[in-house]
Design a protein around this ligand. Structure first.
Ligand code: FAS
Ligand code: PHB
Length: 389
């Protein structure tokens, strides 16, 4: 088989890139390790930046997002029983949209299928060959049948545990990592959200987040130990702990119910440089990971896709290498700012095992400053709604 761009990974990065390339007349093939149902069973991000919404509009698959997504003009931040609001629209002119990553992925699959896009599921043994040459190719198998795709470029959109990043020689790669001493235990429940905006909560017992998917589907998280397993937590224990971490007034309003999904995500900050090696380009979690505190994971994958899609479009339309040669530096410039914000917000909102009494005083002083200072709120809002591409 021959195509222009072989895309490894059928998550949001790979699907969005494939759909945008298609709209520009550039063919691609997506290779996905899992089944479509498995990919759609994963519960992940919930907040979309303006930039991602614009890309989904450009990809022609944002109708449901505009019909069902929730426009949020701000967020609530609590510490103990104190709570204040940061108004995104007042400070930046831009809201965010709450719409689950699962639904974004569902819409992208529907768009690719409607356009006759080539997606191969349950592929195994993907190997990227000659990425540093001028005629890369990918070999893999499907149900035991060996296959090969000859292409001009390979987009590594296969997430943190994929093969693409590993294809770049260690002598070329520089990796930066921070592993956080806690995880997030998340549940999904068919209950009305406790509030009509998100609540990020700092409490002496640890971080909590009250989020949502729709008026009868809520998403909640609590900071948990890395040694915890989902089965260690009954629903009753989860609700009791969540109530102890959010302001009493909110806890009284909280509607509890059975969890329909329960999972633990470890938190890490990770970046690999460069994000390009020859004809191989890394996008999304294949290149970088952020703690989900700032809702930057999916949204930073989107800006990678934006840069790569335009670079490849320029190459095929004009023969210019300028975009593909500058891709890594442009993408990383925004990636590092997302890493910084996610690290800062995680440091502000979580309790760390080695925090001293002074450290805790600094955390509360930081929260009080954010609460009282317009410039601080504007800076936070600009990062949360998404820095310019
Ligand atoms: P993805 O990991 O989503 O997709 C990669 C795809 O490649 C997968 O479908 C995988 O099956 C496939 N793949 C892997 N190896 C392959 C191979 N060898 N061959 C073929 N296919 C292969 N972000 C937030 O903003 N908020 C959150 O709350 C949040 N929660 C998260 C919870 C978890 C458990 C995880 C892992 C991530 C979370 N994220 C969150 C980040 C997440 O949303 C990512 O940023 C987003 O999925 C990035 O999309 P992709 O780059 O497409 O990577
Ligand atoms: C979510 O709704 O899953 C969500 C929202 C905001 C975050 C992280 C996760 O910062």
């Amino acid at each position: 088989m021959k195509t222009s761009v072989a895309i490894i990974g059928g998550g949001p990065s790979g699907l969005l890139l494939s759909q945008l390339l298609h709209r520009r007349g550039i063919p691609s093939v997506v290779l996905e390790r899992k089944s479509k149902d498995y990919v759609l069973s994963r519960i992940r991000a919930g907040v979309l930046e303006r930039g991602l919404v614009d890309l989904l509009d450009e990809a022609g698959c944002a109708d449901r997002l505009h019909a069902e997504g929730y426009v949020h003009h701000g967020t609530l931040i609590s510490y103990g029983d104190e709570m204040f609001r940061v108004d995104f629209t007042e400070h930046t002119g831009t809201p965010v949209i709450v719409y689950g990553q699962t639904e974004v992925t569902r819409d992208l699959y529907a768009a690719r299928e409607a356009a006759g896009g080539q997606i191969e599921y349950e592929v195994e043994g993907v190997v990227i060959h000659d990425a540093d040459g001028t005629a890369p190719y990918v070999t893999y198998s499907v149900h035991g049948e060996e296959r090969r795709i000859d292409c001009d470029f390979v987009a590594g959109c296969d997430g943190f545990h994929g093969v693409s990043r590993q294809t770049i020689p260690l002598s070329v790669r520089r990796e930066y990592e921070k592993v956080y001493p806690f995880g997030w235990l998340g549940i999904l429940s068919e209950t009305p959200p406790v509030c009509d905006e998100l609540i990020y909560a700092n409490s002496e017992r640890g971080f909590a987040l009250c989020s949502m998917r729709n008026e009868n589907l809520s998403r909640y998280y609590i900071q948990c130990s890395l040694s915890d397993k989902p089965e260690d937590w009954t629903d009753a224990a989860f609700w009791q702990e969540l109530k102890r971490r959010i302001p009493a007034e909110q806890a009284e309003k909280l509607v509890t119910g059975p969890s329909i999904e329960k999972s633990i995500a470890p938190l890490r900050s990770f970046v690999t440089e460069p994000m390009r090696w020859g004809r191989l380009f890394l996008c999304g979690d294949a290149a970088h990971i952020v703690p989900p505190t700032g809702a930057k994971g999916l949204n930073t994958a989107a800006s990678d896709v934006h840069y790569l899609y335009h670079a490849l479009g320029e190459f095929y339309e004009t023969g210019s290498h300028a975009g593909i040669d500058s891709y890594s530096a442009r993408a990383l410039a925004r990636v590092w700012k997302a890493e910084r914000f996610s690290w800062w917000f995680s440091s502000l909102m979580h309790r760390y095992p080695d925090q001293s009494a002074f450290d805790l005083k600094m955390q509360i002083a930081d929260l009080e400053f954010l609460r009282s200072n317009v410039a601080a709120q504007k800076a936070m809002a600009e990062n949360y709604v998404g820095l310019p591409y």
